[in-house]
Design a protein around this ligand. Structure first.
Ligand code: ZN
Length: 452
């Protein structure tokens, strides 16, 4: 049996007694709603608005007061939402995840082919596993920039049909394919669109958007696999979907944010950044001025002194949420034998000696204390000493806003494949950990000392 309640004025309705497997169902819905980073930001915005959050434009003045719940977007693909405290903020509880995933970026409607075949022209975006993109139905999603009577406007577009495929070369024509293949994006990865004639991609976009073809001035489109998220395993213990990295964290941190209660002393902030997969160095990426700009505007609107703003930053904690590698069932030797993480094992805390992850003993200890209190299991990930490992958005964000951080994530398999696999209980653990974190009333009383 489930009962429903409102936890605060700007919260979604959540099922009492926990998020259970429902969180995974809602995550799978979010992934379906988010075939591109633009859609991921819009789908987060829709959920924030349903919970009573007010949209702010970066290009307009902000008038803010205590207790307000607002969000803003940049480039239509990054989003920051915040819930202001009842009183003067003594610190911030923040999460950051990313809206993009490795894919192929469609060059502006440049169709190419021989006399019969028409192909779309694409280039790689991020570090994708090429083989996983072959021989499956694909389509395009993203943004079309449309001429309007008043100017130009970026409009989200998704061609919700099986439209494209990247056919592999038959094994008879490459006998050694099962011994490894060196993929060349220009040669191997151009998707097949049509067999001569037929409407252009721009014509399909125009039809979808209900505008004249000539009014589509430019596009930002990516390929997306058509596979719907599914549960697998005898008890549905896994789920499989495109873009689990990092929409899994993008959604679970949002659910935690929306289900948390506001507090008197601490502000809460949810960040979703585009372009992590290509280094975060864009205007809307984690290395941009987006987060500092939002914090500065909040501080100014609330009339906080420069000193009070610095003090609040020192009293803050940010969870950089991006998935980690679960031990692979067929390649257990790839994981560090002392720090193995598994699907459904709980929130992963990621360490790296070379500081590619922001976790310190101090921030990890603080986060673990919060998780323990919330009854959420945690597991620890570290790279093998002979593997350089990956990086993520936290340490790049730290170049702009130097606050204490922890790198966390969900344990998943097949990271950066067209379709990835993760544990069905972990989204719930992540959401519960984040809800507890957002409401946690810890104070940094001295460097290295936190009090609850
Ligand atoms: Zn990621």
């Amino acid at each position: 049996m489930s009962t429903f309640y409102f936890s605060t004025s700007c919260s979604i309705i959540v099922e009492k007694g926990g998020f259970a497997m429902q969180t995974t169902d809602k995550l799978m819905e979010y992934i379906q709603d988010s075939p591109s980073p633009y859609h991921a930001a819009a789908a987060a915005a829709a959920r924030l608005e349903a919970a009573g959050f007010t949209r702010l434009e970066e290009s307009a003045p902000w008038a803010l007061s205590s207790g307000q719940c607002c969000y803003t977007t940049r480039n239509q693909s990054s989003l920051i939402a915040f819930r202001l405290p009842g009183g003067t903020p003594e610190g911030w509880r923040m999460t950051a995840a990313h809206s993009d995933s490795p894919t192929f970026y469609v060059k502006n409607d440049a169709l190419e082919g021989d006399k019969r075949y028409v192909r779309l022209a694409v280039e790689g975006y991020g570090g994708m596993n090429c083989a996983s993109w072959l021989d499956r139905p694909l389509t395009v999603a993203g943004r079309a920039v449309v001429r309007t009577p008043a100017g130009v406007e970026g409009r989200l577009v998704y061609l919700d049909r099986d439209l494209l495929t990247i056919p592999s070369l038959a094994i008879h024509q490459q006998r050694d394919v099962n011994r490894g293949h060196d993929y060349n994006a220009q040669k191997d990865m151009q998707p097949l669109y049509a067999l001569g004639g037929g409407p252009s991609l721009t014509a399909l976009l125009a039809e979808e958007l209900g505008v004249d073809e000539g009014d589509i001035l430019a596009t930002d489109l990516v390929l997306c696999p058509r596979q719907a998220p599914v549960r697998i395993g005898p008890e549905g213990e896994f789920f499989q979907a495109p873009r689990i990295d990092d929409l899994g964290c993008a959604y679970a941190t949002l659910e935690g944010f929306l289900s948390a209660k506001g507090t008197e002393r601490f502000g809460q902030l949810y960040c979703l950044f585009d372009n992590e997969e290509v280094g975060s160095g864009t205007r809307q990426g984690a290395m941009s001025s987006f987060l500092p700009d939002v914090l500065t505007r909040i501080g100014e609107a609330l009339g906080l002194s420069a000193q009070a703003r610095r003090q609040a930053l020192a009293g803050s904690l940010l969870l950089s949420a991006d998935n980690g590698h679960a031990v692979h069932p067929n390649f257990p030797e790839k994981a560090d034998p002392a720090n193995k993480v598994y699907p459904n094992g709980g929130v992963v805390i990621k360490y790296s000696a070379n500081q590619k992850y922001t976790t310190t003993g101090l921030t990890a200890g603080l986060f673990q204390a919060i998780c323990q209190k919330a009854g959420v299991p945690v597991q620890v990930f570290a790279n093998r000493a002979d593997e350089p490992g990956g990086s993520t958005l936290g340490n790049l964000l730290g170049h702009q806003v130097s606050i204490p951080m922890v790198d966390i994530g969900m344990a998943q398999l097949a990271m950066h494949s067209a379709v990835e696999t993760a544990g069905s209980r972990d989204p719930e653990y992540m959401a519960r950990a984040c809800a507890a974190f957002f409401q946690a009333e810890f104070t940094q009383t001295a460097d290295g000392v936190y009090q609850f």
